[in-house]
Design a protein around this ligand. Structure first.
Ligand SMILES: *Cc1c(COP(=O)(O)O)cnc(C)c1O
Length: 460
């Protein structure tokens, strides 16, 4: 009769050639862990029901191997974004330009002059790296790069507005997502929130009255992810700045996305640009590095030198500072703007600039490629017109016409799941029971993998 004693020992398992191979691939400590776990599981199964018997050495090693693969597989993977949402927050926002990737790779591989002055051979500052580019591009006196825009807002308010009144329009007390709510951030920074205006309307006189009552800082937060339509009104930034300056107050402008170009060029609504905010005279402006800018995750703060210096000295500045790869990637991205080559080099700008006939051409090429060899499959492949969006909490409700590859499969939700299991995972969407794939957001270098994946899945 089989008893638990018949289960092989770890020692005997380690004699096996497959075990040596596993040790080579995964390291001895992890292999021992996985063997122990596999044996424990086998024991537990046997105790529950002796009829299942005991696994063979081969089976134990095979089970250990899949455990080891699962333990060591990365959880963060590249995917193919066929959703047509250019800045998909869940899919990592902006893909980077080749130059940005090369710059990040170069500083990660070895040492860099991150905080080292090559001229004097003495300690330097990491803060200088993107600063002159930002000054050139925006005309700002000074600049600072931090971890992301949420930390930029927290840092600015902590450094400049702690224990002070911060005057903000009621319609701008927004929630960005992921629990980032402007009123909560203000509370966290120690600022005293002063709401002015109503949900739909704010007049310049509302700011004036609040400033006349007592000193305070004026903040404007861009409504990045929703639209206020109908009976609404909001003064222009330059008028807010004028009133604030008359009262010896400063204006902080949280742009959120902060484009350096006019999105109207791509048939979209106008997104406030960094340059406009500068021209309007805002004292401190902040925006994300990985929204419409198309760079790595970062928060960019620009503005008056005296204020930026104060922000740089705040203890939180160190806690939220940008790392060397971010500074390298951001500098490369900003250089594209300086050289007026953003449309050619920055993937998200390129995606926005794609013309309808280019999109149609790509969708048709996909269809031809799939149709070939799919004769046996009962899936209908068509091209239809549809819409892509910018996403990433910018330009709400705005869309761009596109052409989609549509697959008429039996159970679309099941097929979406199968697409997600592909290597690399393919993320698509369904509409009217059809699978839709948008060429706009599929990177050219991923097209081969997309078509191979689709062909295999449709054949199966
Ligand atoms: C997106 C956004 C933020 C947060 O920026 P992250 O870079 O995501 O941290 C803050 N404020 C506004 C207005 C935004 O749109």
């Amino acid at each position: 009769m089989t008893t638990l004693r018949d289960l092989p020992s770890i020692e005997s398992l380690l004699q096996n050639e497959t075990a040596s191979d596993l040790i080579e691939r995964f390291g001895r400590p992890l292999v021992l862990d996985s063997l122990r776990q596999t044996l424990d599981d086998a024991r537990a199964r046997f105790k529950l029901n002796p009829e299942v018997g005991l696994p063979s050495i081969e089976l134990i090693l095979a089970e250990s191997e899949s455990t080891l693969s699962a333990w060591t597989a990365p959880t963060l993977l590249p995917v193919i974004n066929a959703t047509g949402v250019i800045l998909h927050t869940n899919l990592g926002r902006a893909p980077l330009s080749g130059a940005a990737i090369r710059a990040m790779d170069a500083v990660s591989r070895g040492y860099s002059n991150l905080e080292f002055d090559l001229e004097t051979g003495k300690r330097g500052s990491r803060l200088i790296h993107a600063e002159s580019l930002l000054q050139k591009l925006t005309g700002a006196e000074s600049a600072l790069v931090v971890n992301n825009n949420a930390s930029a807002v927290l840092l600015i308010l902590s450094a400049l507005a702690s224990k002070k009144r911060v005057i903000i329009a009621r319609s701008q007390l927004v929630e960005i997502g992921g629990g980032f709510r402007v009123p909560d951030v203000m509370k966290q920074s120690g600022a005293k929130l002063v709401e002015v205006g109503t949900t739909n309307k704010i007049h310049i006189s509302d700011y004036e009255a609040a400033l006349a009552e007592s000193a305070g800082i004026v903040m404007r937060a861009h409504r990045s992810n929703f639209k206020l339509v109908g009976f609404t009104e909001e003064p222009e930034l330059k008028d807010i700045v004028q009133v604030a300056h008359q009262h010896n107050s400063i204006v902080i402008d949280d742009l959120g996305s902060g484009a350096l170009y006019d999105t109207v060029k791509y048939g979209l609504a106008h997104e406030p640009t960094v340059q406009e905010s500068m021209q309007a005279g805002a004292d401190i402006i902040c925006f994300s590095g990985d929204k419409l800018l198309g760079g790595p995750q970062a928060g960019i703060i620009i503005g008056k030198k005296e204020l930026i210096d104060k922000i740089k000295k705040h203890p939180l500045a160190r806690a939220v500072r940008a790392d060397k790869t971010c500074l390298a990637g951001l500098s490369a991205t900003l250089t594209h703007y300086l050289k007026d080559e953003a449309e050619r080099e920055i993937p998200i700008v390129k995606m926005m600039s794609l013309k309808l006939d280019q999109l149609k051409g790509r969708a048709e090429a996909w269809k031809n490629e799939l149709g070939y060899g799919l004769a046996l499959s009962n899936v209908e492949v068509e091209i239809e017109s549809g819409l892509s969006t910018v996403g990433g909490g910018s330009l709400p409700d705005e869309s761009m016409p596109t052409f989609l590859l549509s697959l008429n499969v039996k159970s679309p939700d099941k097929f979406l799941k199968t697409l997600r299991k592909n290597n690399p995972p393919i993320i698509a969407r369904t509409e009217n029971d059809k699978i839709l794939l948008d060429p706009r957001t599929v990177l050219p270098e991923q097209e081969g993998a997309l078509l191979d994946g689709l062909k295999n899945l449709l054949k199966a």
